[in-house]
Write a protein that binds this ligand. Structure first.
Ligand code: FNR
Length: 372
C-alpha cells in the first residue's frame, strides 16, 4: 500500500476512524425548502461514506446565523428530519459523520434576518466580501449591527441547542465553525472585534464567546463529541488580528484543556476556503506551529495532495488530513488514494447551488470526470 499511515485507524473522542482521510466541511447550497436537507443531500454524503470521517457542511444554528441561499440549518424539526435521513444513509454505508455548526455573523445580509435589519457582528465593521441576498442576488455588503451584550447569551444557547439537535439527527458529533471569518472568528480577532465590554479588548475577553459555546456544548453532548475548526492567520473576508500568533496560541492552549474530539486547523492563506490552488509560499505551517500545544487529535486541511497528506501524517505533524475540493470530485477518494489511482478534477462552476450536476454525478471510480 503506497500510503500506509493514512490508513491506520484513529480514535477521535467517542468514535474510531478506519482511516485518516477526512471530508472537509463544504457548503454546497443545495438544501431544500425551509433550509432542510433533502434525499439528494443524503445521496451525496452516502457516496462519500468511506471517508474516515465526514464533516458535513457549515449549518446555521438559527435563522439569524444564515448567510447563503439554500444552505442548511439545524433549528427546525424539518431540518432535523432532513439531516436524520442523511446520517442514516451515511451510517447504513458504514460511515461516520459530524455536523459543522455555524453562524455567519457579519458575512450575512439583512434579507436573511428574521426582522430584516442588518446582520449582526461583534462590532460595526463590514467584511470585504460580496453580499448575497436570501434569493441569491449579489449585492453590496452591509455594515453589520453590533450585538448588544444581552443578545450574546441567546446566541451561545443557539449553538448548544443546535448541538443537541445534531445528536437527535443522528450525527456522531459536531464541529464548531470558529474559522474562516464566521461569527466566532469575528469575536476572536481584533480586526473585527473592537468591543469594550467583557467580549472585547483582551484576548481572554475575545475568547469568551468561543469558550462559552465550548462549555455549553460540552455540557449538552460531551467534549468527546465536539471538534473545533480554526483558521489561524486566515484573511478570508478581511478577517485580521494585530497579533495572530499570540491570539491563536492562547486559543489552542485553552482548547487543549478541554479534551475535545479534535482540533481542526486550516493551512495557508490563499487556499483557506479553497480559492487558491496552492498554499502561499509565505504561509505559516499551522499544524507544525500548533501541534506542540495540542495533545488531542489534530486534523489539518487545505491544498493537500495524496502525497503531502501522507507525508504530514507520517511526520506526525497532524493525525489526519481533511480534503475539500478533491472530495467534491472524488466520492471514493479513500479508495483512489489507497490504489494510487488518478484523481478526477473538480468543476468550480458547480460548487455552489444547483442540483445533481457537479454534486452526485462525479463517477465513483476509474475514468476521469469531464465537466463539459
Ligand atoms: C469550503 N470551505 C468551508 N470551510 C468550512 O469551514 N465550512 C464550510 O462550509 C466550507 N465550505 C466550503 C465550500 C466550498 C465549495 C469550498 C471549496 C470550500 C473550506 C474547505 O473546508 C477547505 O478548508 C478548503 O476547501 C481547503 O481544502 P482543499 O479544498 O484544498 O482540500
Amino acid at each position: 500500500m503506497p500510503y500506509p499511515s493514512l490508513f491506520e485507524p484513529l480514535r477521535l473522542g467517542s468514535i474510531t476512524l478506519p482511516n485518516r482521510i477526512i471530508m472537509a466541511p463544504l457548503t454546497r447550497m443545495r438544501a431544500g425548502d425551509g433550509n432542510a436537507p433533502t434525499a439528494l443531500n443524503a445521496e451525496y454524503y452516502a457516496q462519500r461514506a468511506t471517508a474516515g470521517l465526514i464533516i458535513a457542511e457549515g449549518t446555521a444554528v438559527s435563522q439569524q446565523g444564515q448567510g447563503y441561499p439554500n444552505a442548511p440549518g439545524i433549528y427546525t424539526q424539518a431540518q432535523v428530519d432532513g439531516w436524520k435521513a442523511v446520517t442514516d444513509a451515511v451510517h447504513s454505508k458504514g460511515g461516520r459523520i459530524f455536523l459543522q455548526i455555524a453562524h455567519n455573523g457579519r458575512n450575512s445580509h439583512s434579507s436573511f434576518m428574521p426582522d430584516g435589519t442588518a446582520p449582526v457582528a461583534p462590532s460595526a465593521i463590514p467584511p470585504t466580501l460580496p453580499g448575497f441576498t436570501s434569493d441569491g442576488r449579489q449585492v453590496p455588503i452591509e455594515t453589520p449591527r453590533p450585538l448588544r451584550l444581552e443578545e450574546i447569551a441567546p446566541i451561545v444557547a443557539s449553538f448548544v441547542l443546535a448541538s443537541r439537535k445534531a445528536i437527535q439527527a443522528g450525527f456522531d458529533g459536531v464541529e464548531l465553525q470558529a474559522s474562516n471569518s464566521h461569527l466566532i472568528d469575528q469575536f476572536l480577532e481584533d480586526g473585527s472585534n473592537t468591543r469594550s465590554d467583557t467580549y472585547g479588548g483582551s484576548i481572554v475577553n475575545r475568547m469568551r464567546f468561543l469558550l462559552e459555546i465550548t462549555e455549553g456544548v460540552t455540557a449538552a453532548i460531551g467534549s468527546e463529541r465536539l471538534g473545533v475548526r480554526l483558521s489561524p492567520f486566515g484573511q478570508y473576508g478581511g478577517i485580521c488580528d494585530s497579533n495572530p500568533m499570540r491570539l491563536f496560541l492562547s486559543i489552542v492552549e485553552e482548547l487543549n484543556k478541554r479534551t475535545l474530539a479534535y482540533l481542526h486547523l486550516i493551512e495557508g492563506r490563499g487556499s483557506e476556503i479553497g480559492l487558491g490552488d496552492a498554499l502561499h509560499e509565505d504561509a505559516l505551517n499551522n499544524a507544525k506551529i500548533f501541534r506542540p500545544h495540542f495533545e488531542g487529535p489534530l486534523i489539518s486541511a487545505a491544498a493537500y495532495t495524496s502525497s503531502s497528506a501522507s507525508d504530514t501524517v507520517r511526520a506526525e505533524t497532524a493525525d489526519a488530513i481533511a480534503f475539500g475540493r478533491l472530495f467534491i470530485s472524488n466520492p471514493d477518494l479513500v479508495k483512489r488514494i489507497a490504489a494510487d489511482r488518478p484523481l478526477s478534477p473538480y468543476d468550480r462552476s458547480t460548487f455552489y447551488g444547483g442540483q445533481e450536476k457537479g454534486y452526485t454525478d462525479y463517477p465513483p471510480s476509474g475514468s476521469r470526470y469531464d465537466p463539459r
